[in-house]
Design a protein around this ligand. Structure first.
Ligand SMILES: Cc1cc2nc3c(=O)[nH]c(=O)nc-3n(C[C@H](O)[C@H](O)[C@H](O)COP(=O)(O)OP(=O)(O)OC[C@H]3O[C@@H](n4cnc5c(N)ncnc54)[C@H](O)[C@@H]3O)c2cc1C
Length: 426
């Protein structure tokens, strides 16, 4: 309620520094893809705002952590990926003024736009786990969620001489929700292959109530955990970590929803940090209550501001936050944006597709593909719940090529996925 004795100050009028036809916030997987697709379809200026020097193929970091890829294989200079005809503004965005079609930048300057695409990804909240910032990257505390730390994961796995290994998964949202368990399987398999498995106790501790969000894949993953002799602890959330003392404290939610604090010793711990919408999006006029850009989950168009679109990890659409998802979202955004530019209502629709190649062993992958509503939608005519070498080849050879040479070049290659029912699904 307003107190009528108080005066309401009008929104500050900002001076627009420069005017762009299409402005893209974030030049990660989503930003580069959508810029490259758009460039060939529309006239007018397009600019990407991103302060980063480098661009990473983050799905490769699981393989960096397992010694299959080098870190260098997953990183390129951002400048080398900006599509021809697209301007790169090497700055950070800091605030949105959608009523005035203005984005504020961290250096205090502003940019005006006719159309805006917002895709700055997810923020890693290392500080939400007490003690983590102080010890990450040393004392056997590693994480595949940052490239340099993924290289340290491999160092830890290789030098492991026995004792306790823990792999953690925080509450949602996180990008690639399968990644925290992928590295657990690969670590166990590496120890088996090098004759050290007997000397290791391995535990997977996840805040979630199940191993995976799409039920038909759960039995295959339970079987993989059993085969690798990994102890699974559900509803178990990492609270704090003491690196030098090698102790991790977890909050365990019991069956009656009461909680118990449990301290576990470790010799190596792989931590997946809590994640959230970037701080500059939280509380902004274009975001929902959780801080994600408030879009229609099918059209990827903003629910209120029709000249704003979003895709990738920063969008509010309830899909699994993956490159696989934004690869399907990008053509939808482009079609609906072009329709909006022509004063039409876009009808292109994203079905919630996401994919997670779960590395159950070196050389074996359960290729989970699914859409909204937990429907299993494989691209290939094989049972996707079975770990396969062909899916390993897909992940290690084809998908990196698809990313760098097809998707980031703006080529829309959709092999097509189709719903498949499983009578024996859990
Ligand atoms: C370990 C790991 C394993 C994964 N495995 C897979 C997998 O197997 N399959 C899969 O499909 N996906 C996987 N993913 C997820 C995938 O990498 C992400 O979903 C994808 O990168 C999201 O793309 P994005 O463009 O939304 O965000 P990002 O690629 O993270 O890019 C965000 C960009 O925004 C920029 N930015 C941030 N803040 C600002 C700002 N204020 N102003 C301007 N720019 C800003 C950043 O510099 C960055 O360039 C994995 C991720 C990780 C970490």
């Amino acid at each position: 309620m307003l107190d009528h004795t108080q005066s309401v100050s009008p929104a500050p009028t900002l001076t627009v520094g420069r005017q762009l036809d299409t402005l893209i916030i974030g030049g990660g997987a989503a930003g580069i893809t959508v810029a490259a697709m758009l460039r060939s379809k529309v006239k007018g200026s397009i600019a990407i705002v991103d302060p980063a020097d480098t661009h990473a193929y983050q799905p490769g970091w699981t393989l960096v952590g397992a010694g299959v890829f080098s870190l260098e294989q997953t990183v390129k200079p951002e400048a080398s990926l900006i599509p021809n005809g697209v301007e790169w503004i090497k700055k950070a965005a800091s605030a949105f003024h959608p009523e005035q079609n203005i984005v504020e930048l961290a250096d205090g300057t502003t940019l005006g736009y006719r159309y805006l695409i917002v895709c700055p990804g997810l923020q890693l909240d290392w500080g939400k786990i007490e003690g983590l910032k102080e010890t990450i990257g040393k004392n056997g505390v590693c994480s595949n969620y940052r490239g340099d730390l993924a290289a340290y994961t491999w160092e830890c796995i290789q030098s492991f001489q026995g004792g306790k290994m823990i792999f953690t998964q925080p509450p949602m949202p996180i990008k690639c929700p399968g990644a925290p368990q992928k590295i657990a399987y690969l670590a166990a398999d590496h120890l088996r292959r090098t004759g050290k498995r007997g000397a290791a106790d391995i535990a997977f501790c996840t805040a979630l109530p199940s191993l995976f969000g799409v039920a038909p894949f759960v039995p295959s993953l339970k079987a993989a955990m059993k085969r690798h002799n990994i102890e699974v602890n559900l509803r178990t959330t990492l609270k704090s970590i003491d690196g030098p003392a090698k102790k991790a404290t977890f909050i365990v939610t019991n069956a009656d929803d009461s909680t118990t604090e449990v301290v576990r010793d470790f010799d190596m711990i792989h931590v997946t940090p809590p994640q959230s919408a970037p701080d500059f999006l939280k509380g902004s006029p274009i975001s929902n209550a959780a801080g994600f850009v408030d879009v229609d989950q099918h059209t990827m168009q903003h629910v209120k501001y029709r000249n704003i679109f979003s895709l990738g990890d920063a969008a509010s659409s309830p899909n699994s936050k993956t490159v696989a998802a934004l690869r399907m979202q990008a053509p939808v955004v482009v079609k609906n944006l072009v329709a909006a530019m022509n004063s039409n209502t876009g009808t292109a629709s994203y079905d919630g597709y996401g994919s997670c190649p779960l590395t159950t062993d070196y050389g074996k992958i359960v290729l989970a593909e699914f859409t909204y509503g937990g429907k299993v939608t494989p691209s290939f005519p094989l049972d996707p719940r079975v770990p396969r070498y062909s899916s390993w080849l897909l992940k290690t050879k084809f998908l990196p090529f698809l990313y760098w040479s097809v998707m980031l070049k703006g080529i829309d290659l959709d092999i097509g996925h189709k719903e498949k029912q499983f009578a024996d699904a859990a």
